[in-house]
Design a protein around this ligand. Sequence first.
Ligand SMILES: [Cu+2]
Length: 388
Amino acid sequence: VNRLDSKKRTGSRRPRHLRLVFLVAPLVLLLAACSGSGPQSALEPQGPVARTINHLWLLVFSIAAGVFILVEAALIYALIRYRARKGDDREPVQVHGNPKLEIILTIIPALILASIGYPVVKGIFDVRAIASGPDVLQVHVIGHQWWWEFQYVDYVGQDGRALTTANELYIPEDTEVNLTMTSADVIHSFWVPTLAGKRDLVPGRISNITLAADDPTPPDQPHPGQCAEFCGLAHADMRFKVHVRTQADFDAWIAAQLEPATIPTQGAAAAGYETFSNTCVACHGATVAGPDGVTRLGPERQIEIGDVTFAAAYAPDLTHFGSRFTFAGSTFDNTEEHVAQWIENPSALKPMHPELNDVANGRILGMPDLGLSSDQIDSLVTLLEGWK
Ligand SMILES: [Cu+2]
């Protein structure tokens, strides 16, 4: 500090705090390395696609670090060894051109770049390849402000529609999954750091990404994913989870999800269904079964892009809401208390723009406060949590 002070007095113009910043910033960065990695670490890949990306990163980083250390060491050595000393007024030897040295210094970087370039370009093609074949699971993904819609196009229910869910993607272990993606509104980006890279979802366009996971995940530890392209007010709450299951568990999950929800005939759930079928189906879809057979409720629009048709909902499908761990862009745990709070005043839990909704034209920017009584809310919670 004394030295800094005296420098300042003798007219150094650089402010003192700037020097502190230069001293402290590297220390902070160094300490940050001690934090360990969180659940969304691309450095702990748990599937082949993420592993390819991580290998490339490791390769490029280690070569770059090697070059950095060599060059800096040579620089520091030269600075110290050949520095001007007192009374030393010799002029260094002046060299003009040295073909041998120049050729060597061209060839070495060229070789280094080639050894990085080949695996990187190959890696880009590998990671971009669209998985196909009979063993590949096909899923459509539609990005919405601010939640995710997943449709299992290979699995069609009694209503003739592809199995549809929201914010929680289930995949079998050790299986390639081809996601065919688009957006219902603005640009979003699909990112599960432990399983794959990022891929944008662009309205009017199709993008694909391949997911594959090595091992099943415990129910409470799915792979966390999130939107990685700023998409408006609740962008930070546009998350999702990827649950990995053994093939047998996955098949059981599919079978259960393909079943329609039962229309309750008595008690609170029946009262909840009354409100549900009058109010909620203005936006939400659900496939229900009663004495009259299977009925599909709720609005839907077809988004056609090339030869792919996406059946895009207005709001999350609620047929099996009770089986989900989380809701509202995987922002909240699915408990009765949270769901009651949500139905009472959704915007208090998640920032949204329901005042801009234009339901007739399929423009939905959030769930509005519907002004329901607490009895109505309680019976809706009973209904939805019962739809496992
Ligand atoms: Cu988004």
